[in-house]
Design a protein around this ligand. Structure first.
Ligand SMILES: Nc1ncnc2c1ncn2[C@@H]1O[C@H](COP(=O)(O)OP(=O)(O)O)[C@@H](O)[C@H]1O
Ligand SMILES: [Mg+2]
Ligand SMILES: [Zn+2]
Length: 387
């Protein structure tokens, strides 16, 4: 039976746009989700709203000011633990928590997300990742909404998984632009510097917008991105705009906590879909070395990954500088994912000293190198051209 979704019109070049005139409180927005602007009911949307076949993957860097602040989520299969009573007719409301907006907008941008378990990409130990259509403006206000495919990460039903996903979102919000766009190489011996987060509000860093979009990067001179682009971490919101996020404050460091919490509403992390996990056993040395280089480049920026296992390294056809139909696995593009255990020199945990953060980063870096060298079979005397 088709699931009716009212109040929006869709399509790659939908005429509907994020009008600059709407004034929306959470409550009003809830109402708007089921009524089109002006009170008229709009197109009835069938099951195809959830389909991802043929949909263009979102690969662009999106300024945080252009990301939705409110996400209307249609969750067909109760992926979020919020739609247990069958396919909902009204969307679930989410608010962006990361990247953090400087101030609350009186006119929040809205996006629409369509979750269906049939679009599951993979299920990790701590999370499940789905591909999903996202409908949003993603550019200056007034531009038409786009319908694109993104990867959606949600936590498994235990308190530690919820915690790790939130940590991961904080990481994405702190990552510098070198992590997500092609950039000039940083020399191996260069001193560590304080990285500037890529997700910064417009105007907070003059010239930054232009720097995010290098006009004609020379692929040979540019280092490839390390991580997927981040499209926001969204937390569940109740009918009165209240946060529905739950946390076990007694599970302090979450190191050994695995409390089963099947009723906790799930938060949502949106990112670029970056392909499939690598299989080092089938990869030539130079490709394994490229993966190892991603881990080392994180370190040169003052970040450790914490778990650089092959299932946390993805591959897709490249090079990314070419349009998708011209890419191939002959020049693959690699990316690291699964950043729940990231640490950084310049990001102490709450109540942690700068020295504590430094030690955690150094320990993380050591573990990263051991794990990645071992898994990728690089750096050992017997590891070079064995293929
Ligand atoms: N950005 C992404 N694009 C495509 N697939 C992804 C992406 N992120 C994760 N995945 C897939 O989901 C799996 C689990 O994701 P991961 O982030 O490793 O979760 P966990 O925190 O549970 O380890 C990965 O091994 C990969 O197959
Ligand atoms: Mg993982
Ligand atoms: Zn707990």
């Amino acid at each position: 039976m088709p699931v009716p979704v009212r109040g929006i019109s869709l399509g790659d070049n939908s005429s509907s746009s994020d009008s600059g005139k709407e004034t929306v409180t959470p409550r009003a927005d809830l109402a708007m989700s089921s009524r089109a602007k002006g009170g008229k009911r709009k197109a009835f949307l069938g099951l195809h709203a959830f389909a991802t076949e043929g949909l263009t993957k979102l690969e662009d860097f999106v300024d945080m000011d252009d990301l939705p602040e409110l996400l209307m989520v249609y969750d067909k299969s109760n992926i979020t633990n919020r739609s247990a009573h069958g396919p909902q007719r009204e969307p679930l409301i989410y608010r962006r928590a990361y990247p953090k907006a400087l101030s609350k907008s009186t006119n929040p941008r809205r996006g629409f997300l369509f979750l269906d378990h049939e679009n599951e990409i993979a299920s990790g130990r701590r999370s499940t990742v789905h591909r999903a259509p996202l409908v949003a403006t993603l550019g200056p206000r007034g531009e038409p909404r786009k319908r694109v495919a993104v990867a959606v990460k949600t936590a498994k039903d235990d308190c530690r998984s919820h915690h790790l996903l939130r940590q991961e979102a904080k990481g994405y919000a702190a990552f510098p632009r070198e992590f997500v766009t092609p950039c000039k190489p940083v020399p191996a011996g260069a001193p560590l510097r304080t990285p500037v987060p890529a997700m910064r509000p417009r105007g907070a860093f003059p010239g930054w917008g232009a720097a995010m979009r290098p006009k004609s990067p020379e692929p040979a001179e540019m280092d490839p991105p390390i991580a997927p682009k981040f499209y926001g971490f969204y937390v569940p919101i109740g009918p009165n705009g209240e946060s529905l996020v739950q946390c076990h404050s007694s599970c302090k460091d979450f190191a050994n906590s695995d409390c089963h919490v099947p009723h906790w509403a799930k938060s949502i992390l949106l990112m670029e879909d970056c392909g499939e996990p690598i299989d080092p056993a089938t990869m030539p040395y130079k490709h394994r070395e490229q993966c190892f280089d991603l881990v080392q480049r994180m370190h040169r920026q003052g970040f450790s990954h914490g778990h650089p296992h092959p299932r946390n390294m993805l591959v897709q056809p490249g090079p990314l500088s070419l349009p998708p139909p011209l890419r191939s696995m002959a020049s693959p593009s690699f990316r690291l994912v699964s950043f729940g255990r990231w640490r950084a020199l310049s990001h102490p945990l709450p109540k942690e000293s700068q020295l504590g953060a430094k030690r955690a980063f150094e320990k993380g870096r050591e573990i990263d190198v051991c794990v990645a060298m071992d898994e990728l079979r690089v750096g050992h005397s017997d590891s070079s051209d064995d293929d």
